[in-house]
Design a protein around this ligand. Sequence first.
Ligand code: DNO
Length: 389
Amino acid sequence: MKQGWRWYGDRDAISLKEIHQAGVTDVVAALYERKPGEVWPVAEIKARQKKVREAGMTWSVVESVPVHEDIKKRTGDYKKYIANYRKTLENLAKCGIRTVCYNFMPILDWTRSDLAYELPDGSTCLNYNEYEVAAFDLFALRRPNAEKDYDAKTKARAKKLWAKYTPKERKRVEKSILTGLPGTVDDLTPAQFLKELKTYAGIDDAKLRANLYAFLNEISPTLDKCDVDMCIHPDDPPHPIFGLPRVLSTAKDIRQMVKECPSKHVGLTLCTGSLGGSLENDEVAIFKEFAHRVFFCHFRNLEYAEPGVFHESQCHLVGKTNLPELMLAFLKEEKRRGEGIVVRPDHGRLMEIDKGRKCYCGYSYGGRLIGLAELRGLEIGIKAFVKGL
Ligand code: DNO
């Protein structure tokens, strides 16, 4: 397991020195200053690379090169943005960076309804409650036709919940959903969000899917020529929200993508936490089925209060995903390939050690440090007892 860590560049509260001291070898980063659709210049990539190198590590995975909304919708300037995307991939390859993570979620990247959910020990983590999301959609955003997207039980519960919530609690839900979580998007106001949603009218599941495959097949000659692995990040949560389609949520979706996009460089970021957001997904089975197409991993875990309501686990190894079993399959895949795969501990709790500094939500030092240590321990433990790994 190559030990990875997401670093947000100079604006990250956590320094490269701290990351290095955690035992990390592979930094996961991006040119965050560049907006979706822009070409990433070689000089800027090199400058970031140099910083990471000087700190004793390698920038080996990009997360993310964001996909412009025009590409997802195939409207406006999408042809130009695809050409720019190819150029960025070429520039990254020139610098020796050949693993690129991205997602194809419309408008919002990953979504949570509480960014500071308090655990009994006073540390906080991220929480998703589908009733809060429904309540926000129905009663705060008042998205046209939203009621069609929920069953009677969800609507009734959402109504009760919203009636009970104080203005502060309602604001917390709104802010959590519309804050541009670390990834690709900016903060939105409800009015802006509604406006953006309108631009997706007429883009249904089949269209969005076709647009994803078209995009991948259009960039595939570059992937093949430059030997770049594109690894799509699964939808988080892995089902449609706010009436927007989601096309990379299940094993079936991955199967279809792989079938429609023949390049061997079209693959997956195996994110256990995102896939684990559906009780129907089996993360270990998904890894095993697509192991040859997994180019990068995010490992973490979820604890469910009930179906549709979950928060991130105290321990990265315990919860919805059977991480020990997954790690075993992962180590076998590394063995088969004869090379390591980058894994980053995805998210961590915000604990006392980080209070007082501004960490990006989910991207604390202490919480991820524990996560990485647990993953490392698991790897060492498995290797000690399973022959041949
Ligand atoms: C959340 C992240 C996502 C991810 C993007 C990839 O913590 O896993 O923001 O980076 O979806 O494009």
